[in-house]
Design a protein around this ligand. Sequence first.
Ligand SMILES: NC(=O)c1ccc[n+]([C@@H]2O[C@H](COP(=O)([O-])OP(=O)(O)OC[C@H]3O[C@@H](n4cnc5c(N)ncnc54)[C@H](OP(=O)(O)O)[C@@H]3O)[C@@H](O)[C@H]2O)c1
Length: 341
Amino acid sequence: MPDTALLLGGTGSLQRTAELLATHGWQVTVTGRDATAAPQDWASYGIRMVVADRTDEQATATLVGGGFDLLVDGQCYTPERARELARWSRGCGSTVVLSAKAVYVDGLGRHLNSPHKPVWDGPVGEDRPTMGYAGEAYRSAEGYGANKAEAERVLRAEGERVSVLRPSKIHGAGTRQPRLWGVLARVLAGRTRMAVRRGDLVESTTSTEAVARAVLACAQSPAARVLNVADGDPRPARDLLAETIALAGGTVELVDVDGCECPEEVGRLPWTLDMVLDTSAARALGVTPTVFADGAAAELEWLRSLARRAPDGTWRLPERLDVGWPDLAAEDACLDLVTET
Ligand SMILES: NC(=O)c1ccc[n+]([C@@H]2O[C@H](COP(=O)([O-])OP(=O)(O)OC[C@H]3O[C@@H](n4cnc5c(N)ncnc54)[C@H](OP(=O)(O)O)[C@@H]3O)[C@@H](O)[C@H]2O)c1
């Protein structure tokens, strides 16, 4: 009998995880609210898609039934959801939950959604303190990391064999926040210059491949643990941008616009924090490090396959992914100002 895996909320960042498990012989079931979000080639992997809302406790509990060899929850945002997951974990061989690096606080209690950004004295390890929780709404700047941190505590106290993964910003095919779209959009528009703000920041990236490898490693060694999950090649944001442009097939001059008085959004890159995750614990578990390009190439190929030209000449993504068309006029105004002075 093959090992069985159930991925809750698995048609986005967990797409690659479903595929990696399937290629390792797992019998994979994925849930989501929209069956059409499942890639068409999943049938060839033998991956089964079931429509079920994670917020419907009864429906999800019925699906979990007597348990799976592996249960992965990509939609655990609150302590309430964590309590459900902890209960289900007791009937499963192992359980993996997607938490986030947003749980970490620095020595002054600052976190990544604070008005003042946290300052780190080196790569951030899993033993760093995490946010407190006082009932904040999870869909808020203060509440996202606080709820995740409390969910982790619930799972540690009440769950069994639960691996908590803390990714940085995730990129790859299928993600619902396709952060590389802004770059591909500019390449599609034939841009030759691009504004760059704060290009020196080094923020860890997490490819969906990194998530997939970490999930597989956890499934192969069930235990209660916490793991940072990130690519093994953290680099300045400007370098990640240049690599993304090259992967997208573009030739674009990068122009630093730090210090100009143009709106802050102009030149804002997907990587906005100085924060590198220490991934030595994942490596010690046997997770082979990924590189940024592993997810970037896959995300760009996927976005290109979905992008359609609108009558006004701009390129658009399907509605469920629509992150808009960049404000190229504002960028041009800024570039003209910066290169004139
Ligand atoms: N993306 C990042 O940069 C990032 C970074 C750190 C941590 N995380 C964590 O990773 C997890 C995934 O977040 P994401 O932003 O990357 O999203 P995602 O996985 O790209 O997309 C969300 C997935 O969950 C499904 N989903 C959403 N609501 C659902 C519900 N109520 N019931 C069942 N399925 C549902 C979506 O499909 P349908 O909409 O079709 O249902 C989709 O498959 C979250 O726990 C998040 O906190 C993400």
